[in-house]
Structures are given as structure tokens and as C-alpha cells.
Design a protein around this ligand. Structure first.
Ligand code: FMN
Length: 378
């Protein structure tokens, strides 16, 4: 994930860098006017307190990146049992709202706009982190170990959610969305990607249920649809986005029927009219991208399929971003390039060199180093 040299994006004159690219044209997202089409992708950085309260340093970090057309703040847990890793922010009590308010105030003062990603970990969690036994669609453990406050521990077998716990989870997402709006966010992104709870319900590898939430495609998409519907009812459709990762194997995910699950999911979600759909590792060379684009009538944010774990291409992902816009995406999200370049938009616009990612081992631990100390252009 790291590179060791400073890489020029293109020729240094702004014309060669293509300042008139569609990437830098303003656009609308629901009620929001966005200054450009570059979205900062949600990135977990583990800088909240042990109780999930955003620390002041997070306000500095996000305000530094306020020139993104939209920032989607990192995965944030809507209830205690959904916590994944140590020092993950939360949004289920007043202290969380107050902590996030500091962040959104700082970003607004710097001219930025923010959504908050809501993530329930499901089987990705540990009693030593949350104090609670993880809940999942079925008792299928995440293989291997997971980081906890006291180091790496073997994953536990999650307990199968009861239907009552499913109803509580849906209500928790809705309450968290209301709190996010109270904290000053323009909206929330429901995280149905990357192997966390909602994705676990979508896949027949992690969902072995025999009730109305398992088995058929219609049943496996049910929880995501119920969560999005509840969140839409709580804060309004224009304040809601949804992130999906069809076929992405993060957190040991496997999916056999991507071509059935995702068109069905999009059809159901489209009827609810959320502000956007956010697709992880979108690839315009794959038929799936075009299937999703056709199935989604609203705004599509595409996160390009850049080398993972890395290193990033020399242009930070700009060429891939432009290809996605040309293929029908409305906005493009970048993660690691924003992590290392607080002023990424200006650098991409002018062709200035990009900071390489350094201190990759500090991505997920506390402190300023590798977080707020990436330099902006003078
Ligand atoms: C440090 C780090 C933390 C991440 N945390 C999250 C997260 O909280 N939620 C999420 O949906 N994706 C998360 N991702 C994935 C990014 O949103 C993005 O999809 C990924 O980095 C690919 O984009 P990129 O190639 O531009 O970096 C994370 C990625 C990184 C590098």
C-alpha cells in the first residue's frame, strides 16, 4: 500500500493535466451543491476514543480534506454490538453526537460537505472490543484473528440474530441516522459492502438462515432494504446513500450469485429513491458495472478498482476516475490518494506531484503521524 517516491501526475503545466476535466465540474447531489465530482471514500482510521467519541484530531484531518466535492466519513457504528475494531467512532449516544459536531463544524467552516458511513460489523467484531458477543445472520465465523484492544485474538463464532434483534438493528440504523443529522452531517451512507453485517446477509456463504431473511435472493436482500427504508423514513431519501461491493472478497466474503443479488437489490433500493449508490472497486471493463448503471436511476458514485493493496498508480487514480465518468458514473470516490494528499483536488487539477502513502502501518492506529501531517502544497 505504500510507495516511496514522489510521483508527478503528468506534465507540470496545467493544460497537460487537463483542468477542464469533468472531474472538476460542479454538480448536485440531492439538495447539495458539490464543487467537484471527487468524493473522499470512507476510511477507518481508528482515531476515536475507546468509547467511540470522535477526537479533536479528527476535525483537523477532515477539515484538511474539505476541498473534496463530498467527504464520506469513516465507518461508524450505529449500536454497541456492531462495533468492529478498537477506537472506531460510534453514533449512538449524545457524546458521539457532540464529538462528531466538532468535526462537521470544522469541515463546514473549511467549505466542505460530509456524509457519515453507518457500519454494523456483524461477525467482524469481538467481545474484547465491544463487550458484547457479535451477532450475525448465521453462526459462521470470520476466519483467523481480529485486532482487539489487547492485541490479536481468534475470531469467535457469532450468534445468529433473532428476528427481534433484526428489528432492533433496523431501528438502531434509523436512530443513528437521526443522530448523524443532529451532529451536522448532510446525510448517511448505509454500509452494505466489504463483508460487514448487511453484506453477510446478502451472501449465501455467511447467511444460512431458513426464515424470511435467508435462502432466496429476495430474502437475503431483505435486511438491507429494510435498513435503507427505515433510514430514508428517518432522515429523508436525499440524505441517504448506500455502499455495495458486489463480489468483493474483503473479510473473507464469497458470493455465488452476484448477477442475481445486486440487480434485485438495486431494483428494490431504487424505489426508495436514495441520494446515491456507491460501488466499491467499480470496473468499466466489466459487464457488471454497466448492469448496475442501468439498474440504478439515481446518482452513482464509483470507487475505481485500483491495485489493492497497492501501490497506487502514479496519477493517484485520476485516469481510472475519468474512465468511470465517461462510462456513466456521476461521481468518483478515491480513498488512499485522499489519505496522503489533503489537497488532492488541487493537485489533480494542476498536475502537481502527489504525496506517496507513507507509514502505512499507521493507517489504523492513533496519533498525528501518518494522519494529519501529510503536507499540502505551499
Ligand atoms: C485505511 C483505509 C480504511 C478504510 N476504511 C473503510 C471504511 O471505513 N468503510 C469502507 O466502506 N471502506 C473503507 N476502506 C475502503 C475505501 O473506502 C476504498 O474503497 C478503498 O481504499 C479503495 O479506494 P482507493 O483505491 O482509492 O484507495 C478503507 C480503505 C483504507 C485504505
Amino acid at each position: 500500500m505504500s510507495t516511496n517516491t514522489t510521483v508527478p501526475v503528468a506534465a507540470t503545466d496545467t493544460e497537460a493535466a487537463g483542468t477542464d476535466s469533468a472531474l472538476f465540474r460542479p454538480t448536485r447531489l440531492g439538495a447539495l451543491q458539490l464543487a467537484n465530482r471527487l468524493v473522499m471514500a470512507p476510511m477507518t482510521r481508528n482515531r476515536a476514543s475507546a468509547a467511540g467519541v470522535p477526537e479533536p484530531i479528527m476535525a483537523t484531518y477532515y477539515a484538511q480534506r474539505a476541498s473534496a466535492g463530498l467527504i464520506i466519513a469513516e465507518a461508524t457504528t450505529p449500536n454497541a454490538v456492531g462495533a468492529t475494531y478498537p477506537n472506531i467512532p460510534a453514533i449512538h449516544d449524545d457524546s458521539h453526537v457532540a464529538g462528531w459536531r466538532r468535526v462537521t463544524d470544522a469541515v463546514r467552516a473549511a467549505g466542505g460537505q460530509m456524509f457519515l458511513q453507518l457500519q454494523h460489523g456483524g461477525r467482524v467484531g469481538h467481545p474484547e472490543t465491544s463487550g458484547l458477543h457479535p451477532l450475525a445472520p448465521s453462526p459462521v465465523p470470520l476466519p483467523g484473528t481480529i485486532v482487539t484492544p489487547s492485541g490479536h485474538r481468534d475470531n469467535v463464532v457469532p450468534r445468529e440474530m433473532t428476528e427481534q434483534e433484526i428489528r432492533t438493528t433496523v431501528a438502531d440504523f434509523a436512530a443513528a441516522a437521526r443522530r448523524a443529522v443532529d451532529a451536522g452531517f448532510a446525510g448517511v451512507e448505509v454500509h452494505a459492502a466489504n463483508g460487514y453485517l448487511l453484506h453477510q446477509f446478502l451472501s449465501n456463504h455467511t447467511n444460512h438462515r431458513t426464515d424470511g431473511y435467508g435462502g432466496t435472493v429476495a430474502n437475503r436482500i431483505r435486511l438491507t432494504v429494510e435498513v435503507v427504508r427505515a433510514v430514508v423514513e428517518a432522515v429523508g431519501a436525499e440524505r441517504v446513500g448506500v455502499r455495495i461491493a458486489p463480489g468483493v472478497t474483503a473479510n473473507a466474503m464469497a458470493e455465488d450469485d452476484v448477477d442475481d443479488v445486486y440487480p434485485a437489490l438495486l431494483s428494490a433500493l431504487d424505489d426508495l429513491g436514495p441520494a446515491y449508490l456507491h460501488v466499491v472497486f467499480a470496473d468499466p471493463d466489466q459487464p457488471l458495472f454497466h448492469t448496475l448503471r442501468k439498474a440504478w436511476s439515481g446518482t452513482l458514485i464509483a470507487n475505481p478498482a485500483l491495485p489493492w493493496p497497492g501501490p497506487l498508480p502514479a496519477d493517484g487514480g485520476r485516469a481510472a476516475a475519468e474512465r468511470l465518468l465517461a462510462a456513466g458514473a456521476d461521481l468518483v470516490s478515491l480513498g488512499r490518494a485522499f489519505l496522503a494528499n489533503p489537497d488532492l483536488v488541487a493537485r489533480l487539477r494542476t498536475g502537481a506531484p502527489l504525496n506517496p502513502i507513507r507509514d502505512a502501518h499507521l493507517m489504523y492506529v492513533g496519533g498525528e503521524t501518518g494522519y494529519t501531517d501529510y503536507p499540502a502544497l505551499g
